[in-house]
Write a new protein. Structure first.
Length: 376
């Protein structure tokens, strides 16, 4: 079949990979030279810890698919490095213990480590904490280089073409039943299936095809440091991430929220600390969450100062200089039971968006699920 994919982010690229692996021909349009949205403005984390039980099977499958993709395309930098959520209060430790008592704890690869075991696993963590929740199933990829590497791999099949600087302007069905897309260069693309993956751009073609999608947009702030100078052998999170990820919900978390308010800056900006080391040695650190539009065009300094303070307290050392700061926006389903929103605009025409902050984690499985749904 002829598949036309519109949108060059992780969802579009994952759908392309699924289609190519099933023997189809793919033309892939991206309006920029490269994807510039949430796909490249994230941590590159394949994050199993903290997912709800409704998400867990899909998340674990997606991790398998990332590992397979990493074997096929080593340049994406897939590594099964795991994570440690560092716990600084007894109430945070209680949340971790409650998570360990659940029936899916082994599937997630959870273990509660004392400080000595944390430091044995990740010697860069020389700060103060009571314990660490280790998740062996968490992993990471290099988000800024993964998509070009995947596209080169797909192009080598002879059945994939990526057209950058090409914006789809219309998608219609001809009287003969062919789906026809026209781009901003006037080129016509005929296809059997068209899949639009607009990311957080929910206007334009996406709105024309699907109307007002049941999604909201979320803005975040992040940063990157110069090389740390030593390995950070796992990704790390702080106890505030327990409040953010719904998989930790329960009585212990209710008690934590009721008795231990977040720091003022963290509460105001709905913050958690996530930190992953890039292959070049620098640290990607974040993040904040803002839901009220219109989003500001500038970034606030207070969250960055908070993130530096927390990270240094866990590492027990000064951070290298911050060399990059950025903001990003992603789209998120309003229905928390949806992994992604799929809207059928017409026979063979779909708009797919809204995985939220799980886009990098779930991209491969969402592509696989769509391929199954459409019988590709």
């Amino acid at each position: 079949m002829r598949i036309l994919l519109i949108g060059g982010g992780i969802l579009g690229t994952a759908h392309a990979d699924a289609a190519i692996r099933r023997g189809h021909d793919v033309v892939h349009l991206e309006r920029e030279s490269e994807a510039r949205g949430a796909t490249v403005r994230n941590f590159g984390l394949v994050w199993v810890s903290g997912r709800t039980d409704l998400e867990l099977a899909a998340t674990l499958r997606s991790r398998e698919l990332w590992a397979d993709l990493g074997a096929r395309v080593p340049e994406i930098g897939f590594r099964a490095n795991g994570s440690i959520t560092l716990l600084r209060t007894e109430a945070e430790v209680a949340v971790a213990r409650e998570a360990l008592a659940r029936k899916d704890a082994d599937d997630r690869g959870f273990a509660l480590l004392d400080p000595d075991r944390v430091r044995a696993l990740n010697p860069a963590l020389r700060g103060e904490f009571l314990a660490g929740l280790h998740c062996t199933t968490d992993a990471a990829v290099e988000s800024r280089v993964a998509l070009p590497a995947i596209r080169r791999h797909l192009a080598a099949t002879g059945r994939y073409r990526f057209l950058s600087h090409t914006e789809a302007r219309s998608v219609t069905r001809t009287p003969g039943g062919t789906i026809r897309a026209r781009d901003d260069h006037g080129t016509v693309h005929d296809a059997d299936v068209v899949i639009v993956c607009p990311g957080a751009t929910l206007t334009g073609l996406a709105r024309e095809l699907a109307g007002e999608l049941p999604l909201r947009r979320v803005r975040l702030q992040m940063m990157q440091t110069a090389p740390l100078g030593e390995p950070l052998t796992t990704s790390i999170a702080d106890g505030d991430s327990l409040r953010y990820y719904p998989g930790f919900a329960g009585e212990a978390l209710d008690h934590l929220v009721a008795t231990e308010p977040q720091a003022t800056t963290a509460a105001r900006h709905r913050m958690q600390l996530l930190c992953v080391q890039r292959l070049h040695g620098g640290l990607t650190i974040g993040d904040t969450h803002a839901y009220d539009e219109p989003f500001p065009f500038d970034v606030d300094e207070d969250p960055y100062e908070h993130l530096v303070t927390v990270t240094e307290s866990l590492l027990g050392r000064k951070l290298p200089p911050v060399v990059k700061r950025w903001a990003g926006v992603y789209s998120q389903c309003l229905d928390p039971t949806e992994l992604v929103h799929r809207h059928r605009a017409d026979d063979g025409i779909w708009v797919i968006a809204g995985p939220g902050g799980r886009g990098m984690t779930l991209g491969p499985v969402l592509g696989e699920q769509t391929a199954d749904l459409l019988g590709l």
